[in-house]
Design a protein around this ligand. Structure first.
Ligand code: XMP
Length: 337
């Protein structure tokens, strides 16, 4: 049986560096074959993470948001077509109104359409991609996922994906691994998919399970071009949903909801109740997303300087991941108390 690793199992080796200051590190990257971002961060197409406000702010910060698909076609496309041009993606499914939705998103100039399904290595996805290429008049790039294996990466590249979204069962609210036993630890999953996608020059996105800035760095060090974030961005001002108060002054706290797309909470809003594979929770209100992104970029640039990488491409080639033991995992966290 093969052994697969995840973020906590590895660290990045420091290397000889000539970087004078971390602010000199360039974080620009490709998100799909035809689109670049200034920062390698994309917000998740979840209904408690990305609608217009988050997508617009992510674009302003140099990244991108993908507007979730649990909206009417009209509501979703209006969030793209705001009279400004901004870097944005929009999610679609592979059944129902997906052709009509993709056409409308293309009509309003959406740069990236994301096929957003739990199991991307599926005939439904292959058929949907063929229909999208044949039936939709579009110049949008197709980001497709989620997948977790080399075989899936090869098939999606062959079927014409312009970007791959990698990660099955690793999300913070995900119960797929508990309920189905299916999933692949992220470091091995991303490394495997990247090794194939590189042959096709198709950019990869590491999605799910990123709990810290160090994990953002490790995801990119595995070779992914971008990372997708849910929980790290949840609870910020720009996420959809209301801020609620818990407790009584002076001990009250502010909160926002964060829920899995396959949670009962989310599914029941769509009139569904089967195949629940996610949870719902509340997150302490975090304020503006700008601060979260700024902290992430500080950490990433510092990491780039530790390995001597001026840019993301050098970060990929110079980063060497080492496997650590349980003692190493304990040492990697604050352990004085
Ligand atoms: P993080 O760890 O950043 O993960 O919060 C966000 C990613 O989790 C995935 N996602 C789900 N996976 N059931 C799942 O199995 C769900 O209900 C669910 N909702 C989101 C998704 O890939 C997202 O980007």
């Amino acid at each position: 049986m093969k052994e697969y690793l995840t973020y906590d199992d590895v660290q990045i080796l420091p290397k000889y560096s000539e970087i004078k200051h971390r602010s000199n590190c360039n974080t620009s990257t490709k998100v799909t074959k035809n689109y670049k971002l200034d920062i390698p961060i994309v917000s998740s197409p979840m209904d408690t993470v990305t609608e217009y406000e988050m997508a617009y702010e992510m674009s302003e910060l140099g990244g991108m948001g993908i507007i979730h698909r649990f909206l009417s076609i009209d509501e979703q496309s209006k969030m793209i077509d705001d009279l400004n041009t901004y870097m944005v993606g929009a999610a679609i499914g592979v059944t129902g109104d997906f052709i009509e939705r993709a056409q409308e998103l293309s009509n309003v100039g959406c740069p990236i359409i994301c096929i957003d399904v739990a199991h991307g290595h599926h005939r439904l996805v292959k058929n949907a991609m063929r229909r999208l290429k044949n039936e939709v008049k579009t110049t949008s790039d197709l980001l497709v996922g989620n997948i977790a294996t080399k075989e899936a990466a090869r098939d999606l590249c062959e079927w014409g994906a312009d970007g791959l979204r990698i990660g099955i069962g690793g999300g913070s609210l995900c119960s797929t691994r508990i309920q189905t036993g299916i999933g692949v630890p992220m470091v091995s999953s991303v490394s495997d998919c990247v090794s194939v996608a590189d042959e096709y020059n198709v950019p990869c996105m590491a999605d799910g399970g990123i709990r810290s800035i160090g994990d953002v760095c490790k995801g990119l060090a595995c070779g992914s071009d971008t990372v997708m974030l849910g929980s790290l961005l949840s609870g910020t001002k720009e996420t959809p949903g209301v801020i609620t108060k818990q407790g009584v002054w002076p001990n009250e706290v502010l909160q926002k909801k964060y829920r899995g797309s396959a949670s009962l909470d989310s599914k029941s809003d769509r009139g569904e109740s089967k195949n629940v594979e996610g949870y719902s929770t509340t997150i302490l209100y975090k304020g503006k997303v700008k601060r979260v992104i700024s902290d992430i970029l500080d950490g990433l640039k510092s990491s780039m300087s530790y390995v001597g990488a001026n840019n993301i491409s050098e970060y990929h080639s110079k980063s060497e991941l080492i496997r650590i033991t349980n003692a190493g995992i304990i040492e990697a966290k604050p352990h004085l108390l």
